[in-house]
Design a protein. Structure first.
Length: 79
């Protein structure tokens, strides 16, 4: 049976690649099976920076089309 493991995101401090941020969207850097890259939505792993950047741009466009990220009500009173 094939091992279906999600790339680990907690090892970011050991990576040579950085998270990609475009507007409101972020694609996280991760390490999977000994190779470094980025984890895309749907637990898809890629080593291609251009592909990860393009996905990040599309995610930002989807967030903006949906009205953006709403501000938290009463955020100043929290904690």
């Amino acid at each position: 049976m094939k091992d279906l493991r999600v790339p680990q995101l907690r090892m970011v401090e050991h990576l040579r690649c950085d998270d990609i941020q475009f507007g409101l969207a972020i694609v996280k850097a991760s390490k999977s099976q000994g190779s470094e890259g980025w984890t895309l939505p749907g637990c898809v792993f890629t080593r291609n920076r251009i592909e990860a950047y393009n996905v990040c741009k599309k995610m930002h466009n989807m967030i903006e089309a949906a009205g953006g990220i709403p501000l938290v009500a009463k955020a100043k009173r929290a904690a």
